[in-house]
Design a protein around this ligand. Structure first.
Ligand SMILES: Cc1cc2nc3c(=O)[nH]c(=O)nc-3n(C[C@H](O)[C@H](O)[C@H](O)COP(=O)(O)O)c2cc1C
Length: 201
């Protein structure tokens, strides 16, 4: 009897944990502005509305940033194809890890950590901050990791320019403090963070 009760509790716990993950809708891989128009409009912004992004927009944005666009390969290049990056997604509802294979957001912390992702006031107002983290075991050369990060960030810049969203990539981050807040394991390092949202009207 005890075993049955324990199993039922375990099932409920795992169902709750699963329910906290977000299965994103399939990314829309067509449309958007022509590339030359997106390049014309790419810019950094530092004033954001607090309006939330839809799950469809999150899916499209994350796929553009670092999704798979062909057999095991990504939308962003990486030195020696190390694919060493992970993207943490800080939303008002919590902190998630982007799972590109399953197109899902895996809950890491049910806490609003947006304001911890940078030292500028707008980071706590904008609906989304991405935190770029790399696996130092996969990529030992920090310079290469920062280069790889730049491609991911530029994908986000171009997606935002195409969709009329505001964004800025940021190095003004307290990495030690943020790593603690995230609960980052050893062997992982934060490079940059990037804020995304609607422009402040
Ligand atoms: C590696 C890197 C780090 C940056 N860090 C910050 C930052 O911490 N805060 C910020 O407001 N902008 C930051 N920026 C944005 C730059 O200030 C911005 O790209 C530059 O002023 C040119 O403006 P534009 O992006 O609108 O062309 C950063 C840009 C890069 C490439």
């Amino acid at each position: 009897m005890k075993t049955v009760a324990l199993c039922a509790v375990a099932l409920m716990v795992s169902a709750t944990a699963f329910a906290q993950n977000i299965a994103l809708p399939a990314p829309q891989k067509s449309g958007g502005k022509p590339l030359m128009e997106a390049l014309s409009q790419r810019q950094s912004a530092r004033a954001f509305s607090d309006r939330a992004l839809s799950e469809q927009t999150l899916s499209n944005l994350l796929w553009a940033a670092y999704g798979f666009n062909r057999d095991g390969m990504r939308t962003a290049p990486s030195a020696n194809n190390r694919q060493e990056f992970e993207i943490y997604v800080a939303l008002q509802t919590g902190l998630y890890l982007y799972n590109a294979k399953d197109n899902a957001l895996e809950l890491v912390k049910k806490e609003d950590l947006r304001s911890k992702t940078g030292k500028q006031g707008f980071v706590g107002v904008a609906p989304l901050n991405l935190v770029y983290v790399y696996n130092t075991g996969k990529m030992g050369d920090e310079k290469m990791a920062y280069a790889d990060c730049g491609f991911i960030s530029q994908n986000v810049y171009l997606y935002c320019a195409s969709e009329g969203l505001a964004t800025v990539v940021r190095g003004f981050v307290d990495r030690e403090d943020l790593a603690k807040a995230i609960g980052l394991k050893s062997g992982y390092a934060i490079t940059l963070s990037q804020t995304v949202g609607y422009p402040k009207e």
